[in-house]
Design a protein around this ligand. Structure first.
Ligand SMILES: [Zn+2]
Length: 208
């Protein structure tokens, strides 16, 4: 009996002097977050990282100015051949850029528009888009259209976008990382940034 109570005391002793400081220490030690692999962001458009642009063609169909001269709207027919290497359907967005090739790289984007993609698993599709861009200046030449697949990165809620978690939560988060990843994707669906719909802009302008 005496020995038992002594043993109990020792266990409490151990708990206090070993486990409590251990928890305190582990709480300040951080490790890379397993849900976002330490990047702080999660792709909320699953499989789009497996989509690539194989070919692209574009043709300007119309450039028309608003009478007061504030905006020029350029219309393009764009044909894009896309490959989805994922074993599941890829649904997301393409970022379509109107570029002024006479300006320096990085400061040559005149307008950005977004179009949707939906590509079956392990398939190649060719999509046609009619895209309208708006700029404030007239360009006779040097215009080019480029496209990029949007990966739809949103901040990871699990690590609060920091890419790090405390080491004592790691076993739990790592054990359920697939589930957490789905939760983040579902609770924060990707939406493209606000952009002007130039078709609608022109329609409204001429209807006034
Ligand atoms: Zn994370």
């Amino acid at each position: 009996m005496n020995i038992f109570s002594k043993f109990r005391f020792k266990k409490k002793y151990f708990a206090f002097f070993a486990i409590v400081p251990l928890l305190a220490v582990t709480a300040v030690i951080s490790v890379p977050c397993p849900v976002c692999n330490g990047t702080g962001a999660v792709n909320s458009l699953p499989n789009t990282e497996m989509v690539s642009i194989l070919e692209m063609d574009f043709e300007q169909t119309l450039g028309s100015g608003v009478p007061c001269g504030a905006y020029i709207v350029y219309k393009y027919n764009i044909s894009i051949k896309l490959l989805n290497e994922a074993s599941e359907n890829a649904e997301g967005w393409l970022e379509i850029l109107l570029i002024n090739t006479r300006q320096e790289e990085g400061s040559n984007i005149l307008d950005t528009q977004y179009v949707q993609i939906n590509i079956p698993a392990e398939a190649v599709v060719t999509n046609e888009y009619n895209v309208s861009f708006g700029t404030v200046m007239v360009f006779q030449e040097g215009l080019e259209v480029r496209a990029e697949v949007v990966e739809g990165n949103v901040p990871d809620l699990i690590c609060d976008g920091t890419g790090r978690i405390s080491v004592n939560t790691w076993p739990l988060i790592n054990g359920f990382k697939e589930h957490f990843s789905e939760v983040v994707q579902e609770t924060q669906p990707y939406h493209p940034p606000e952009f002007i719909d130039w078709e609608e802009f022109m329609r409204n302008f001429f209807n006034q």
